[in-house]
Design a protein around this ligand. Structure first.
Ligand SMILES: [Zn+2]
Length: 400
């Protein structure tokens, strides 16, 4: 038999000359076997005595390389030209190779038996190494304006943020549709004044993209994970969050003012303080105020809501800051606290049917707020935006 390392150990026959195996052939057999012996499954790069890394495997011919009596299993009808093919070679331990080819043991190891060892082993390696955690993510970009200003969120920007902060690999094009999921709100007129018409058109565009791309991609099992990059007025971000499929895990990113980047700049926690009404009232209307990146001007809240039971979330005892959430951890903390608050409202203030919401929150938190809302359980949430004439209701989430 001829060894795969290019050394012919016992080729003394007269029917052929000794041939070295090509590097390509050796590589194929090693890869097919997963670097493990087809007989005992030993990992063939680990020394058993020293633990040092070296090659302890050899390639053995199943049908011998030459058709001679001295070549183990060489007296076969197989064409000589086929004998150095990867299909006729097995990866085994070097000491087992010796035993396989001894004259005294040849009746144990038929061509059929070794072929079967090879087939079962190589199929198993291919199967078990096929499984890996899916590290891909589909990027959803929603690009809008904020008081007239827009930011660029190009593919490089999102790829960098996704790879460096979550170690995922972005897929911009889905197999069924060669385009990415993108909601471009920049050409809709009326953003600067936050008009009702602007919100109506923006909402309709969000609905269209979600229904035609996200829902379709999810149904076709093309989306296993979603990375959301969004820049727009906060009620639209909440609405986007509320339209995301609950069954798909989502990472939400935001552009940080401190460094103009979309990667999370720190690993600090988020600390929030909650205030709730002391008395339970049976009013159908409640107010939710979120002061995280700024402060809601309570005096400008419509008069009819001034005496409604008020729930308030503050950025701990620190001053609100535009970079209040600077880490994924802080966003998770926000998600946990806001979930807890909605659960509390449901259990202790179940009479509230409409929650009028006023917020100065980072963009990622707005998307998360929408994602957390469960229209089946939570009150109907009415989102107010600040306009020249004060806070105006602009969007609603959850129809009771
Ligand atoms: Zn072995």
């Amino acid at each position: 038999m001829v060894l795969g390392k290019g050394i012919n150990r016992m080729n003394t026959g007269t029917s052929g000359t000794r041939r070295s195996l090509s590097p390509d052939t050796r590589l194929k057999v090693w890869v097919r076997a997963g670097g493990r012996c087809v007989i005992c499954n030993r990992y063939l790069l680990d020394g058993q005595l020293t633990g040092r890394e070296a090659t302890f495997g050899e390639l053995a011919h199943i049908v011998g390389q030459t058709s001679s009596v001295g070549s183990p299993r060489g007296l076969d009808t197989m064409d000589l030209a086929d004998r150095d093919d990867p299909d006729n070679l097995v990866l085994i331990c070097d000491d087992e190779h010796d035993e396989l080819d001894k004259t005294a043991t040849r009746d144990f190891f038929s061509v059929e038996l070794i072929k079967e060892f090879k087939r079962v082993h190589e199929e198993r390696i291919r199967h078990v190494t096929a499984f890996s955690p899916d590290q891909t993510t589909v990027v959803l970009r929603m690009i809008g304006r904020l008081h007239g200003s827009a930011v660029e969120v190009d593919q490089n920007t999102t790829a960098l943020a996704v790879i460096t902060t979550s170690h995922r690999f972005p897929r911009f094009a889905m197999a069924y549709d060669r385009s990415s999921i993108e909601i471009d709100l920049r050409n809709i007129p009326g953003e600067a004044c936050g008009s009702q018409e602007y919100y109506r058109m923006a909402k309709s565009l969000i609905d269209e993209v979600i229904e035609h791309k996200l829902t379709e991609g999810a149904l076709k099992d093309q989306i296993k994970h979603l990375s959301v990059f969004a820049f727009a007025r906060w009620p639209l971000l909440v609405y986007l969050g509320s339209r995301l499929d609950d069954t798909i895990p989502v990472d939400v990113y935001q552009r940080h003012r401190s460094n103009q980047m979309w990667e999370w700049p720190s690993d600090s926690s988020g600390m929030f303080a909650i205030q709730t009404p002391s008395a339970v009232t049976d009013t159908g209307d409640g107010v939710l105020i979120l002061n995280i990146s700024g402060t809601v001007q309570c005096a400008r809240i419509p008069c009819e809501l001034q005496n409604a039971p008020c729930f308030r979330m503050d950025w701990d005892d620190r001053s609100p800051s535009s970079d209040a959430l600077s880490s994924r951890k802080a966003l998770q903390d926000f998600e946990e606290v806001i979930r807890g608050l909605f659960a509390y409202i449901e259990s202790s203030h179940g009479g509230i049917e409409r929650l009028h919401t006023f917020a100065a929150i980072p963009m990622s938190a707005a998307v998360m707020l929408g994602k957390v809302l469960n229209p089946k359980i939570n009150p109907h949430v009415i989102l107010y935006d600040r306009t020249l004439s004060g806070y105006e209701p602009r969007l609603e989430v959850g129809q009771r």
